[in-house]
Design a protein around this ligand. Structure first.
Ligand code: UDP
Ligand code: MG
Length: 167
């Protein structure tokens, strides 16, 4: 099935300068990157992204992790990978959630760690299933930032909107 997956290079991946390695590993999938952006993550975005974990004891720490509060880089790189079995292929290369249990040659197995706070710093996020991918892609991207039409859109007319532009 042709599908799409949201991939995030998390703050540990960026601060360890792993973007190149991660993209090289993901290129083994032969999938297409159809969107990419660097994001200054807000608390609201982080909490919405990890809403399924909100009752877990580690939730506050995971939010701080995604916000970049444990790293020198307060940013995340967001991408959409698109093609046949994109979710399965990307999650296989990513490896298990717990970096200690991840296949040693997987991305998380190679570069992830468990911190003394108990957070799994596992370098990348990959959507878990098509429904999660849709929810997450709509959180991280606007339709015109994606070069393929993935989901239905509508046109809206905005009046009196203040927007930053180049001075
Ligand atoms: N996480 C953690 N401890 C746990 C479970 C999850 O620190 O016991 C973190 C980890 O960074 C993980 C993220 O929370 O990537 C999201 O958890 P999820 O269960 O969705 O795993 P994923 O889909 O990322 O493999
Ligand atoms: Mg998940």
């Amino acid at each position: 099935m042709i599908e799409q997956a949201l991939i995030l290079v998390k703050p540990d991946g960026l601060s360890k300068s792993l973007t190149g390695n991660i993209l090289t590993r993901l290129s083994e999938t032969k999938l297409e990157i159809i969107a990419a952006r660097m994001v200054r993550v807000t608390k609201k975005l982080a909490e919405e992204h990890y809403q399924h974990l909100k009752d877990k004891p580690f939730f506050p720490a995971v939010i701080k992790y995604l916000l970049g509060e444990y790293h020198d880089r307060k940013k995340v790189m967001a991408m959409i990978y698109w093609g046949e079995d994109a979710i399965k292929k990307c999650r296989q290369l990513a490896g298990a959630t717990n970096p200690e249990e991840a296949e040693p040659t997987s991305i998380r197995g190679s570069y992830g760690r468990i911190t003394t706070r108990g957070v799994y710093e596992n370098v990348i996020h990959v959507s878990g299933n098509p429904a999660d991918a849709e929810r997450e892609i709509k959180l991280w991207f606007q339709p015109d930032e994606i070069i393929v039409d993935l989901y239905p859109t509508k046109d809206i007319v905005l009046n009196s909107v203040t927007k930053k532009t180049w001075a």
